[in-house]
Ligand binder design. Structure first.
Ligand SMILES: C[C@H]1O[C@@H](n2cnc3c(O)ncnc32)[C@H](O)[C@@H]1O
Ligand SMILES: [Zn+2]
Length: 432
């Protein structure tokens, strides 16, 4: 007998070798997808009748800072440098481990509710984010943020903590947690330090998560310091490879795109954060055209201000039609691919597609809604009309985290109340 059978659903497989199934069944056993089709096994511990719904791969958020939910709406309408240096970093100096746990748990709840099944995170007190991931049932690739700021002692301490975290949590939560090294950015970490971090990652077989060329200010500072941009500096120190997840990549030249493609670097495109902080428009159309693996991220809740990847998908589609004056740029299926297949590739999670043998991370989206009626094309609705609140069921590793809008794994009210209290006390400390 199977663990879970989802039947009567529109199955959006995202598998290039298989089409969609209009009225199909997905069978889950031992955390994996064991059958997909029309005629499958019929008995299971849990049978979900998904008539009027779409079952699809869970969404993958490849760049966030989960605990920053506590700073949602804290410092709006600013450019990155002022936002970070005058508001966010002073506030983060007051963070406690408990705050990070509360904020991360709130983020996990928000992600479960809006259909994200795995995410990549870079922050501080990462044991707490890992505990929240463990408790929530989500999948995550976590890194301790390393911000050297040309201070050798700080760099050493940060790297020591990053290394401890990588080794302590690799493969935890029954393999749902992976760990990475998280050097913050080429304009906050020296080239020598970045080379050391790369070597540590190589020794531990861990990936690297870094912000790259988010702003023009970064590009100018790099040219001034090194006579070349971030991408070429990172390339020259041997930093790049398919183990690298580069967030933002806004201020890229054609040559930079070629380097990213050649080295198999994974890019996390964060259109809402880039728009809100007025950082610029990443050349996503060109990157995709040239074969760079571009995925989607929300960034943290202080620059977005939520974790809803449905909003991110729609924004990406619209932004790149506008920026290229080309309505055929980033069609719905390609954007869905960025949020699923490409994200899973970036995190190396064996998810992102509904395919026999893959890990069972999937969501069921309720299509019986006024704003989703009528439905001529499912991908179109998922990108242009649906929102995170249309997700009715979320499954990770074959475990149901939310069923019919009811979150099964967390005490929702308690998570919200405790995060609210933590945020109020944190801001009071910042202002005192
Ligand atoms: C881990 C550190 O990164 C900071 N951060 C959050 N969002 C961004 C961003 O868009 N660019 C650069 N740095 C960012 C976060 O506040 C932590 O200090
Ligand atoms: Zn970020």
């Amino acid at each position: 007998m199977a663990d879970i059978i989802i039947k009567n659903a529109y199955v959006l497989t995202m598998d290039p070798d298989a089409g969609d199934i209009k009225k199909g069944t997905v069978v889950i056993e031992d955390g994996k997808i064991t059958e997909i089709g029309v005629k499958t096994k019929e008995s299971a511990d849990t049978v979900i009748d998904a008539k009027g719904s779409v079952v699809m791969p869970g969404l993958v958020n490849t760049h966030t800072h989960a605990a920053m939910t506590l700073f949602r709406g804290y410092a709006d309408d600013l450019q990155l440098a002022e936002w970070l240096e005058k508001h966010i970093w002073p506030a983060e100096a007051q963070l406690t481990a408990e705050d990070v746990y509360r904020g991360s748990l709130l983020a996990c709840l928000e992600m479960i509710r809006s259909g994200t099944t795995s995410f990549a995170d870079m922050y501080f007190f990462m044991d707490e984010t890992a505990k929240a991931v463990e408790a929530s049932g989500l999948r995550a690739s976590l890194s301790h943020g390393l911000i050297e700021l040309w201070n050798e002692e700080k760099g050493e301490n940060d790297l020591k903590e990053g290394k401890r975290f990588v080794r302590a949590w690799q493969g935890a939560a029954k393999g749902r947690i992976k760990t990475m090294y998280g050097p913050h950015a080429p304009n906050t970490c020296s080239d020598e330090f970045l080379a050391k971090v790369k070597e540590a990652a190589r020794q531990d077989g861990a990936g690297l998560h870094i912000h790259v060329l988010e702003t023009e200010a970064e590009l100018l500072a790099m040219k001034e310091r090194y006579g070349k941009c971030s991408v070429h500096m990172l390339d020259d120190i041997g930093f790049f490879g398919p183990d690298v997840l580069a967030a933002h990549c806004v201020w890229l030249s054609d040559g930079d795109i070629e380097v990213l493609r050649e080295k198999g670097v994974n890019v996390s495109h964060n259109p809402i954060s880039n728009m809100k902080l007025a950082s610029g428009t990443a050349p996503v159309y060109k990157m995709l055209e040239r074969g760079v693996n571009v995925s989607l991220g929300t960034d943290g809740c202080a620059s977005n201000n939520n974790l809803d990847l449905f909003e991110e998908m729609k924004t990406a589609a619209l932004l790149h039609k506008l920026s290229t004056c080309n309505p055929t740029a980033l069609p719905a299926r390609q954007v869905l691919q960025m949020a699923t297949v490409n994200g899973a590739k970036a995190l190396g999670t064996e998810t992102g597609m509904l395919k026999t043998g893959m890990k069972a991370d999937m969501i069921i989206v309720d299509m019986k809604k006024p704003h989703l009626t009528p439905c001529f094309d499912v991908p179109s609705h998922l990108v242009y009309s649906a929102g995170g609140s249309d997700v009715r069921t979320t499954i990770v590793d074959g475990k149901i985290l939310m069923q019919d809008y009811r979150v099964m794994v967390l005490d929702e009210q308690k998570v919200i109340e405790e995060a609210q209290k933590a945020a109020e006390e944190l801001v009071a400390r910042v202002n005192s």
